[in-house]
Ligand binder design. Sequence first.
Ligand code: FES
Length: 156
Amino acid sequence: MRKKIAHFLDRFPNKLREDLIPLLSDIQAEFGYLPQDAIVEVSNYLSISLNKVYGVATFYDTFWFSPKGKFHIKVCNGTACKIENSTLVISELEKQLKINAGHTDSEGNFSLEIVSCLGGCAQAPVMEINQEFHIRIKIQELKFILAQCNAKAEMI
Ligand code: FES
C-alpha cells in the first residue's frame, strides 16, 4: 500500500497534523474509500496515532471505509429536502437495503450516503444514483427504483 499512496504522501513533505484531512481526501478520491492499509500508512507517516486518525476520519460523513456499491445512492437531507420528508426516504432506503447510511451492503450492490445538498432544492426530495438524478421522490417509488438497479446489477 505504501507504494500505491506514496505520491499522495509526497505532496505533504512537512508531515503536519493539519495535512491529515487533505491527505485522507486525496486517498479517498483515488480509491473511492479509505483502505485500512492506507490509514495505517498515513498514521505512521504523520506520526498520528491510528486511533486519532480513525477518530478524525469517522467524524466526517464524507469518508468511507469500504468500497462503495455498484449503485451508490446519495440522498439529500438538506433543509429543502428535509421539509419534503427526505428523512422518511432515508429510513425507507435503509430498511429496504438492510444497511445504515454510510455503509455498503454485503453483496456490494448498494451503498447509501446522506449529503447536505444536491443542488435540486426546488425539486425536493432529491436523490442521485450513480450520477442519475431522481427528483420529488415518493416513498412508494423506491421499491421500483431499487428493483431496476438490482436487475442492472446482475449484468454489471
Ligand atoms: S436541500 Fe436537497 S437538493 Fe438542496
